[in-house]
Design a protein around this ligand. Sequence first.
Ligand code: FDA
Length: 571
Amino acid sequence: GTDGTYDYIVVGGGTSGLVVAKRLSEDPKVSVLVVEAGGSLENNANVTNPLGYGLAFGTDIDYAYQTVEQEFAGGKPQTLRAGKGLGGTSTINGLAYTRAESNQIDMWEKLGNEGWNWNNLLPYYTKSERLEVPNPQRLESGKMTFDAAVHGKEGPLKTGWLFGITNSTLGATLNTTFASMGVEWNPEVNGGKMAGYTVYPSTVDQDLNIREDAARAYYFPIRDSAKNLKVMLNTEARRLTWKAAAAANGTKGALPTADGVEVTTQDGKTMVMKANKEVILSAGALVSPLLLEKSGVGNKAILAAAGIQSVVDLPTVGENLQDQANNGLKFGIANNFTETDKNAYVAYPTAEQVFGKDKQVASVNGNVTKAADLEKFFTMQYDLIFGADQPNPIAEVLLYQQDGVWDSEYWGLLPFSRGNLHVTAANTSTTKATGAKINPNFFMLDWDTTQQVGAANFIRRMYGTAPFKDVVGPEDTPSTKTVPADADNNEKAMGDWLKQNYRSNFHPVGTAAMMPREVGGVVDSSLKVYGTANVRVVDASVLPFQVCGHLVSTLYAVSERASDLIKASAK
Ligand code: FDA
């Protein structure tokens, strides 16, 4: 690999890319190059501090991509955060380690992705993980429980519980409160059933008390020993290069074969790194589809408008973007309450718990598109929410004290809105906030507002429920003045307020979705891009649907499984 030629080039040394790089380089005969736009964040205190959530926002390691004005949500653009540096977005995220509902992963297989189901993915969740069990005293005082059978003991990624959980009564108070609202204690949020109330684990190295990001888990331990793995930092991938025959587009029989990646190094030099076997795009859900487009893979008309020559006409590249909307409700703290627990209490209520048993939930309004395939997806997602077997939670509700108030940040977990992102010109930098036109279409469909309003009112009820209500002062934000509680006025006022005050939940997925090509997929079940011989996508882009858990646990598992698929196909 010293001459600039490698077997595999992984574009993006982030959460997913570093898993693939480590696993492929386990074979000493194979050479691997990682091209990463950012630098090493090993000693960046905004990254390492496990209680430093938010410190990195707006700094040079936050891409802070801007969306277009959100026409269904008050007209304002949104900022989409993503991490720039080795470890990617796992270096700036909130450290939560929660997986998915098992039937959500099973749905991937029902969509046509053979082999992608919960039972097959669980061994990869555990392969990636090393749960560090806190001592019994900490477990007991923090009310932290788990089932060892679903956790890994020897994987690269350390998980555990943050030290912010003190010896307090708050956990027990919330447990009783949620139980009286029908949201029962869930002793293991990572075993495929998420609904309930729990104290979730985090990606943290408890011994060192520092953030466990992808670089710390998957790269730093092998950087000296893995001689066949090279990482180019501060180097931006611009586009793929193709074997000459493919560039002509139309050579009978042979699919276009990528033979390298054009990069711009820190000092502004442009060169091509060569790949013998495969190129794996792991630049994240907001970038990998753009790199495909810049390389000629995408919607012909969009490419033509951007001045890019078509190599594979694949119109769904960059479509199917799904994010969640995040809002916050704040309440005063009754002045006799001084405990400062942080960062781990979470409730996952179902639709029935949010809306009540008797209330008929308005069915989803599919007026934006009539496409039969989209209707099929909506039906599948509808079944996850309202199905009797295993109703998925529809909201994640956090609770902590901050700046002298109780803060309940929350988000609707399963929105139906679909957006997209596309390149605007052949030569733009995809690492710049202006490099693409990004439109998540927040609140495009009625259900998304219904779910968000329902969860807000659920939170209001929670603050008014004993025993928790005894340590709660008056509502601070939005306040019942701004959003009245009475049924006649609440729904519209709450919906309007939420749309003025939401932010992205920073969970974009789906922009190079793993689905059959006929129903709009971009990659097949081996994560190979349709119409290409040797290009794969392994990152949040490939998730066909949103999951109820936070994303990294599932991305580590998907990347572990992807690595095995790539290894198997090389044999
Ligand atoms: P990721 O972004 O990790 O990797 C992409 C890499 O590609 C980056 O290193 C980037 O620099 C690089 N790159 C981009 N363009 C390039 C180019 N042109 N050339 C070369 N390299 C390029 N999840 C969770 O599980 N728990 C949580 O608590 C949270 N909280 C949270 C908070 C915030 C603020 C954010 C932004 C996100 C979260 N998430 C989260 C989400 C989660 O962190 C996120 O979904 C994953 O880390 C994404 O992993 P990927 O591998 O898809 O991309």
